[in-house]
Design a protein. Structure first.
Length: 344
């Protein structure tokens, strides 16, 4: 593991409930927190089902506060277990973390920015808003959630951002008009979005329809959300004579790895496509949860990203691309250390 020597002990200095389902954790690492780029994350060692595992959480705020990092974790009871572990920690608990890193950095050279956050996707966007405000940049922020009460940091954002902030609670029936928002942006404007899959897909479609450069749309996903609730299903690999049950709280990729099937992966968030497998047959309904393949490719059902996508009510038969000839061992990432699940 590339950062074996970089793990730091941290004390959980403070726990604060932001909403009924989102809790903020203030972590004081030994030696103090390091500055980090806006949009960065930290990796924490968590315990899931009695075993050590890793989870990546976006850092809240533009910079450390009083020598501490802040993260916010949404409790996902049907999730993979990382959030349940975090929510079980009392103030004063010790936890190991790796230094901040970022795959979601805010540029400095656009004349205008649009930030879009959905649900817990607010965590990296929160610091971007502060950074743009401090720079005096031209920007707006769109923030959606189920209800106002479930939208973390909403009150403080309304005070800080004033009319730069537009709020879209689902229960009030207010929807983002993405086409109108994009139409009024400057030609070199950049859009940063973090939220659930449905929001990301809508943003990608609306952005593509504008004909603007793809590189000006920057997004980060939480690869665990889909169109259907997660439920158990069966995955078969006829070439290897393998049939594996995938529990509701486990990814297809993890289930295949546990069965000794070599699978290449990197992001584990449905973004890079490295884990894509050929689909030979599907019984039930495919729930494609990646943002790597297009809508058209999802409809074709010929490829599946095993790290995030699932089947609702049935089984899938696949052929993994990995054939053991790349010098990799089953269960190892090709591109450590980004191969860490995002928060769930
Ligand atoms: S899409 Fe990147 S590992 Fe699955």
């Amino acid at each position: 593991m590339r950062f074996d020597n970089q793990w730091t002990q941290a004390i959980l200095r403070r726990v604060r409930d932001l909403t009924p389902g989102i809790r903020e954790f203030t972590l004081a690492p030994e030696g103090g927190a390091s500055p980090y780029p806006t949009g960065a994350h930290v990796v924490l060692r968590v315990i899931v089902d009695g075993k050590q595992d890793l989870r990546r959480y976006s850092l809240v705020g533009e910079q450390p506060m009083d020598g501490c990092y802040r993260i916010a974790v949404k409790r996902e009871d049907p999730g993979r277990g990382g959030s349940r572990y975090m929510w079980s920690l009392p103030e004063g608990a010790r936890i190991e973390l790796a230094p901040p890193d970022s795959f979601f950095q805010l540029s400095r050279d656009a004349s205008e920015y649009l930030l879009i956050a959905g649900g817990i996707g607010i965590t990296p966007i929160r610091g971007m808003a502060t950074a743009l405000l401090r720079r005096g940049a031209k920007f707006r922020m769109l923030y959606g959630g189920r209800t106002r009460e479930e939208m973390a940091y909403l009150g403080e954002l309304e005070v800080e951002l004033g009319d730069r902030l537009a709020v879209f609670p689902d229960d009030q029936g207010v929807r983002m008009d993405l086409a109108a928002e994009f139409a009024r942006l400057a030609p070199d404007a950049e859009v940063y979005v973090c939220g659930p899959l449905g929001l990301l897909e809508a943003v990608k479609r609306a952005w593509a329809a504008t004909g603007r450069p793809r590189a000006k749309l920057v997004f980060e996903t939480f690869g665990s959300s889909g169109r259907f609730a997660s439920e158990p299903f069966t995955v078969r690999v006829p070439r290897l004579g393998v049939e594996v049950q995938v529990p509701a709280n486990t990814s297809m990729l993890d289930a295949l790895e546990a069965a000794g099937v070599g699978v290449l992966y990197d992001c584990r968030r449905g973004e890079c496509g490295l884990c894509a497998m050929d689909v030979l047959a599907v019984e039930g309904t495919m729930d494609h949860r990646d943002v790597f393949f297009s809508d058209h490719e999802h409809e074709e059902n010929r490829k599946v990203c095993a790290c995030v996508s699932r089947v609702a009510g049935g089984s899938i038969t696949v052929d993994p691309a990995f054939r053991g000839d790349a010098g990799l061992q089953p269960g190892k990432s090709a591109l450590w250390p980004s191969a860490i699940p995002a928060a769930e």
